[in-house]
Design a protein around this ligand. Sequence first.
Ligand SMILES: [Zn+2]
Length: 180
Amino acid sequence: MLRAHNPDDAAKPAVRVWRYIPIVAASCLGRVDYYVCCRDVVGASMHWHASCGERGRLLPHLIDRTKCRGCIDALGTRWRGYLGCWHLGVQRHVIAELTVDAMRNNFVLHPLEGHDLRGRKLTLARTGRTKTSPVRAEVTQPFADISQWPNEFDVRSQLAHIWGYDSVSPICWLDYHEGM
Ligand SMILES: [Zn+2]
């Protein structure tokens, strides 16, 4: 049965409203390009909760260890970096996830180098055929004209939101450094 026509429906723009900016990891199926919107990599110390959900989940280590579920369960930590990007294929913001492998050979991404990453292209791939193969990241020089570039956004608040926190302050943010 057809729905009665509601004149209000026609006035609504056909824009999908996304609740979260998704985190995207490198794929073992091929290289993916992202256009970097944010200035630097946001790092965090993470716990892998294997029993969370169907496939397990990475959740942040908290500054207060007595409130950190990962520490309470004696889970190890691993570092992850997050870079705010635009995905041209799906026309939306994403947060690209970087591993220590990806950072190790790519000095442009290192916080101490002080490079502004906005306006560059990031390419992520895995060097092997499995989901856990090492990640390789390539970063171009900045594009000459970024006046039409997608907006910058606050990666820390987005991540806190994704991980279920109202504020960024409980999370143990951690910049990448040599020897991780
Ligand atoms: Zn912890």
